[in-house]
Design a protein around this ligand. Structure first.
Ligand code: G4P
Length: 527
């Protein structure tokens, strides 16, 4: 019904290790789309990679950063939605969830540093979900690693096939530009932060004409391209794209985001081959984006829009059909119809109220506590979307009430903050104590601060030494019950009432795996 609108949508996230150039690339894409006119605009909204002591600073910036949570703009005939992911690694869980709302991903890698920790981790999530991935090797204007070494490193570290679709001519001081293997043209490098250089069509790199452009580096380029063609499969339209769409092969582009260079190659190829909104699995059935009925799920909640009223924005990924302002939609978990008078679209840097949006788009719904992460909205059908897994936290602490008069407020605060996905809550089956699990120290500070300022509740942290939270899977009920009895002191429930084993150390976990061979210990809640 809305095929044309949906077909032209490209919803994706740019991910990287902090400092590789994600913000710069995002900004340059907006520049290309004509959505902004000067570089620097996104940057000023960026949550800086601050030390934990600067948490107040981050809080201050959160208010502005909502504008850059989703950036929609038109490019050629396409509607592009870039979903921003937090740079700070303590918010990695936020990023994981954002990845559930995108149809593809662009990974930015610093060509001097190669694959870094955060990228490796995020790629694991992409692999799990078979998300199509493109890679941009950034900062070619600086001395970096050899391009072939980089390609090998990507393949090995990210465990994905790669296929260079552009290739650099020199790097750092000798960087001359890129040869676009996909489109067969040459783009000569002119460092410029604000404007875009035009590529020269160049079908035959064996032509002596090449020397006129890049002098004695022509010989090297010819050798490199020959090697590329010998080593990497031809990304001919069918098999290459099909592999990319299955998440098996990542096209690679080289460039310099800061200098606006190599991005057009990336973006033009991206809009051509990246998937339009994909079908989404619900527990009940598979949902096609082009279905008439509206459906969507909440993947992110941005709180603190106004701390006095606990107002937030729930970000809903539209999975099918069309979202219409003031139409009643069924909130599945609450079993009630809700209408939204001011749904928000995110266009470049602005938010604006809109009347309708389509599958692939992200709609922001102002909320005062109706939504939790993972909630589903539909035109009426009873659907539950899958695919919002929790991952084992890295840090754990007992949370205790520091003000006995405010225990109701504390419990309410904890429940709502967990619903927003700030951290994870486990309840000890042995003693009923509450354990908060996070990715980093910063989240504990966020929770403490928000409990105090939004709920007037005071908490106290107590140490608990844990290695991982494991979700259990076992077909043999007797063995599972036996395990739970034996490990009674280490069993907890997550907020969905699932059994979780809290392993004290890697050794304890290994022993448990040895002793209970039929039990699978998962580091995420969806398997
Ligand atoms: P992030 O979002 O992935 O964390 O990275 P961001 O874009 O903020 O880039 C990190 C730093 O790398 C920035 O420098 C940015 O200017 C620089 N950078 C990005 N792309 C390129 C490139 O192609 N070449 C070079 N040489 N540098 C690049 P900064 O000093 O941290 O910030 P700023 O002072 O430049 O704003």
């Amino acid at each position: 019904m809305y095929e044309q609108e949906i077909e032209r949508r490209r919803t994706f996230a740019i991910i990287s290790h902090p400092d590789a150039g994600k913000t710069t690339l995002t900004e340059k894409m907006l520049l290309f789309g004509g959505a902004i006119h000067v570089a620097g605009a996104v940057k000023s909204n960026k949550i800086r990679k601050t030390a934990t002591s600067d948490w107040m600073e981050i809080e201050k910036q959160r208010g502005i950063s909502v504008a850059t949570s989703v950036m929609g703009f038109d490019y050629q005939d396409y509607k592009i939605n870039i979903l921003d992911t937090p740079g700070h690694q303590d918010f990695a869980e936020d990023t994981f969830r954002t990845l559930t709302a995108v149809d593809s991903v662009i990974i930015v890698v610093d060509s001097a540093k190669g694959v870094e920790a955060q990228t490796r981790k995020l790629m694991q999530v992409c692999r799990m979900r078979k998300t199509p991935v493109m890679i941009f090797l950034n900062k070619m204007d600086r001395e970096g690693k050899n391009p072939f070494d980089l390609l090998d490193e990507l393949e090995k570290e990210l465990q994905i096939g790669v296929c260079p679709l552009s290739f650099p001519i020199g790097m750092g001081q000798t960087f001359k530009g890129v040869y676009n293997i996909f489109e067969k043209n040459l783009n000569l490098y002119q460092p410029n932060k604000q404007t875009i250089s035009e590529a020269i069509s160049f079908n035959d790199i064996n032509s002596p004409e090449l020397e006129n452009h890049i002098g004695n580096q022509a010989k090297q380029l010819r050798t490199d391209i020959e090697l590329v063609q010998g080593v990497y499969d031809d990304f001919s339209y069918d098999s290459g794209v099909a592999k990319y769409l299955r998440g098996e092969l990542a096209p690679v582009f080289f460039g310099s985001a800061l200098n606006n260079f190599g991005i057009k190659e990336l973006l033009d190829c991206f809009v051509k081959i990246a998937p339009s909104p994909l079908p989404v699995e619900a527990v009940e059935r598979k949902i096609e984006p082009t279905e008439e009925g509206f459906s969507g799920f909440v993947f992110k909640i941005h709180a603190n829009m106004d701390p006095n009223h606990r107002s937030c924005i729930a970000f809903v990924k539209i999975c099918s059909g069309k979202f219409v302002r003031n139409e009643p939609y069924l909130h599945i978990r609450l079993g009630k119809q809700l209408k939204f008078s001011s749904p928000t679209a995110f266009m470049a840097q602005k938010k604006e109220t809109v009347d309708e949006m389509f599958a692939g788009d992200i709609v922001g719904l102002p909320d005062t506590g109706n939504f939790k992460i993972g909630d589903t909205l539909t035109s009426g059908e009873n659907l539950h979307f899958k695919g919002l897994p929790s991952f084992s936290p890295e840090m754990f602490k007992y949370i205790e009430n520091a003000d006995p008069m405010k225990s109701k407020q504390l419990n309410k605060g904890i429940e709502q903050l967990m619903g927003e996905g700030v951290a994870q809550l486990f309840t000890h089956q042995n003693n009923g104590r509450k354990i908060i699990g996070t990715v980093g120290q910063l989240q504990f500070e966020v929770i403490e601060y928000r409990l105090l300022h939004e709920y007037q509740a005071q908490c106290r942290w107590e140490p608990i030494s844990l290695y991982k939270a494991c979700w259990l899977e076992c077909e043999n009920t007797e063995e599972l019950e036996n395990f739970k009895r034996r490990k009674f002191q280490y069993m907890a429930k997550d907020t969905h009432d699932r059994d979780v084993f809290l392993a004290e150390s890697g050794y304890v976990l290994q022993m448990a795996q040895n002793d209970f061979k039929n039990i699978k210990f998962h580091f995420n809640s969806e398997f």
